[in-house]
Design a protein around this ligand. Structure first.
Ligand SMILES: Cc1cc2nc3c(=O)[nH]c(=O)nc-3n(C[C@H](O)[C@H](O)[C@H](O)COP(=O)(O)O)c2cc1C
Length: 391
């Protein structure tokens, strides 16, 4: 069974290679009546686009072209197909990789599985994170549809290399991190991240980081016992992102060091509703969303394509040799990765919201469409540079 599709009711299939003519996505199962324009998609794509400060220098405009499924700026209920053409392709950078697989990248495993003669070495082929363009396009649609439940999703970079956030962060700050070139939610952190990226670039090296995505007001009860629990679904969704090496939610791995009396989150009355005191479980208990903020984190490894020479094998003579990767690569994939994690959270939640009957399968009423549109516009306005939010 191939593995290019995700979701049961909101079903997404991504296609395309890094150095092929285009990458894109087919989204099947979007109900009719959702207001949707190319601008909505562009808004989200902009935050994973290369060619900006501190990320890959590949100069792609990432202009989405909607091929089907939308009429008069509303979804029709038909499959939505969107492509983004690859315009800044320099395959010559990959001539060396053709014979020298990169340590830490997918080159050698792809050769081992599919055969050297079938391996698309240009830009990493299907293993390239260019594929995640399709996820972000679908994520924009999912995020907008989730606005029907007034569910908002935003992420930021909790840590980069040795630097990390050590204080409380508000959802507003997390929304503003979209406009930070290093996806930081605080100005002081932004400066530290920037210094690290400059250092990595000078040294021909790279850093990893931890992305955190917060979902406000998730519908209650999402997740299907027993194999499709929300924690399992999110883990799979997020672990499928290139370069993600670990997933946690709530207290995460830290909980294993605590006593039960410390780790149990007390059930209390909050604003006349039942809730949990500290949200230690990150919004998921028993595999179901419990109405608290959904908080997930994942670790991104440092970019494997680095200038610093590293050992590999020359496949022409099977001799040990060195490779120094040139070309345009992210000094820390986690920066652009945050948007991809947000998208995978949105895709998981929207699929389950449809499975739970929270979002209609066939169509939104005109009134529902208008509510979604108003909330989306408020969301777009709320994502603004840190400086502006402090005015
Ligand atoms: C947004 C994003 C951008 C990425 N950019 C690069 C890159 O420029 N160079 C690189 O070597 N890897 C990059 N990666 C990671 C590789 O695609 C990934 O490490 C590779 O496919 C191997 O898969 P694995 O790390 O999941 O095992 C990026 C990942 C993401 C999410």
């Amino acid at each position: 069974m191939p593995g290019n599709s995700f979701g049961k009711l909101f079903r997404v299939t991504t296609f395309g290679e890094s150095h092929g003519p285009a990458v894109g996505v087919v989204i099947d199962g979007v109900p009719a009546g959702l207001p949707l324009t190319v601008e909505d998609i562009k808004f989200e794509l902009e935050f994973r686009r290369p060619g900006r400060l501190y990320v890959s220098g590949r100069r792609e405009k990432d202009e989405p072209e909607i091929l089907s499924g939308i009429f008069n700026n509303r979804t029709t209920g038909s499959p939505i197909a969107v492509i983004v053409r690859n315009t800044d392709v320099v395959s010559s950078f990959y001539e060396e990789i053709r014979y020298k697989p990169r340590p830490g990248h997918a080159d050698l495993p792809f050769i081992m599985k599919y055969g050297y003669e079938n391996w698309d070495y240009r830009g990493g082929g299907r293993a390239s994170a260019r594929e995640t363009v399709g996820r972000v396009i679908a994520g924009a649609v999912a995020k907008k549809l989730l606005m029907l439940a007034d569910t908002w999703i935003a992420g930021h970079l909790r840590s980069l290399g040795p630097e990390e956030l050590n204080e409380e962060v508000t959802f507003e700050e997390v929304l503003c991190s979209k406009y930070s070139p290093v996806r930081a939610s605080k100005k002081v952190l932004e400066e530290k991240y920037e210094a690290l990226i400059k250092k990595a670039t000078q040294e021909g090296d790279s850093y990893g980081g931890i992305a955190e995505v917060i979902t406000k007001n998730p519908p209650i009860g999402l997740g299907e016992p027993v194999f499709d629990k929300m924690k399992a679904e999110l883990a799979k969704a997020i672990m499928s992102i290139p370069a993600v090496t670990g997933f946690e939610y709530g207290l995460g791995f830290m909980v294993s060091k605590m006593k039960g009396s410390e780790a149990n989150d007390e059930i209390i009355r909050k604003d006349n509703k039942i809730g949990w005191k500290y949200n230690y479980a990150g919004g998921i208990l028993g595999g179901l969303t419990n109405g608290e903020d959904l908080i997930v984190r994942c670790a991104f490894k440092p970019t494997s394509s680095i200038r610093k020479p590293q050992k590999t094998i020359d496949l022409r003579n099977l001799e040990e040799t060195y490779i120094s990767v040139i070309g345009r690569h992210d000094p820390a994939v986690a920066i652009r990765g945050v948007t991809v994690v947000e998208s995978m959270v949105a895709l998981t939640l929207v699929d389950h919201a449809m499975r739970a009957g929270v979002i209609p399968l066939v169509k939104l009423t005109e009134e529902q469409g208008n509510i979604v549109q108003q909330r989306w516009e408020r969301y777009v306005r709320s994502c603004k540079p840190m400086e502006e939010s402090q005015l």
